[in-house]
Design a protein around this ligand. Sequence first.
Ligand SMILES: NC(=O)c1ccc[n+]([C@@H]2O[C@H](COP(=O)([O-])OP(=O)(O)OC[C@H]3O[C@@H](n4cnc5c(N)ncnc54)[C@H](O)[C@@H]3O)[C@@H](O)[C@H]2O)c1
Length: 366
Amino acid sequence: MAISGQLHVAIIGAGLIGQTHSLMLKQIADRTEQSVRVAAVADLDGAAAAKLAERWPGAKAVSSARQILDDAAIDAVWICTPTAMHREVCIAAARAGKHIFCEKPLAMSAAEAAEMSATIRAASVISQVGLVLRFSPVYTVMKSLISDPGAGKVIAATMRDDQDFPIRGVHASGWRNDPKLTAGGTLVEHSVHDVDLFTWMFGPVRRLYCRTRNLAGALGVEDFATTDLEFESGTSAHLVSIWHQMIGRPSNRRCEIFAENLFLASDFDMDGTIMIQRGANASQETMSTADVTGRFREIVLDERPHLAPFLDTLGVAYALEDANFLAALRGDSQVYPQFDAGVRVQRLVEAAYTSARSGAPLDVNN
Ligand SMILES: NC(=O)c1ccc[n+]([C@@H]2O[C@H](COP(=O)([O-])OP(=O)(O)OC[C@H]3O[C@@H](n4cnc5c(N)ncnc54)[C@H](O)[C@@H]3O)[C@@H](O)[C@H]2O)c1
């Protein structure tokens, strides 16, 4: 049932991404006459919960998710704990009747993710998964460029996705090198976004082949994965995922897409330029950041007009995913991406790990 009036939400897990969502919710509140309020923050680390709650006057800080789930005044929760805790918190939240925004990857395994999805369905709560690249200006525009019939069939795509091993620097966390707390390494914890992006752009996968390596020595947590994906459409994609040791290098992606009459490349995964080469004479142009932003606005206004007030927010993709979930709670929008998109991509990544263990390509059905 759609919710009216001010939405009261809670953040569970006050680390990097919990703080990011708090910032986004603040921007949304400020643009919508305080239509949403973070009313509680839970973190096992009580000081972290208190620090984040301070940003929301009157918000309570607690050290266990249970205290939030028992609070009838809370409409929805953002699950931002380390991956290993998603399942337990998500299932408890669904059973408590809370609507759920859950960060990616959904769980430690595809089976766990499917169990969470089934519990959510049984509880009839609204749910969305944090596959934020679906709101990236650069990738949304690239997707629209390849959907132009003049581009021809997409032949191939490549993605290099790299990040400092996220246990220090901007992504400092105490769990990403612990196989009991992370679903794996760079492929599932970071490139799950890329695999989802590829299926969003190219459709279902029919076959994949993955190899992983571990250079940093975190047992069971790969820091390099190379994955070939064949799509039912005939498109091939190659994904290279790296967690490196260069703390000073910001997280970075390079994506290239080759269609029959169009070549696209970008070194930016959110805001930035796109290099475009097209037509028989292969004329080359660079779409400026301003032009990418302008085209992205047109696409969003056409597909999701309810997001118009948030297009000039900081960290626009994160603000848009949060605003979309809030709009779904009010009955003004569909959730996007649906929770089950998170289940499907987790199955694909798990299939990739199976391929890596066996050393052979694997047919998949997603
Ligand atoms: N979508 C994205 O771009 C993105 C970016 C970063 C992280 N993530 C995902 O978000 C999740 C959290 O990542 P992070 O970087 O914020 O981690 P983090 O280590 O910075 O923060 C996690 C917080 O959760 C708390 N916590 C642990 N167990 C808890 C429990 N049972 N109940 C309440 N709090 C608990 C920890 O004390 C910590 O403060 C992970 O699943 C990660 O993959 C997504």
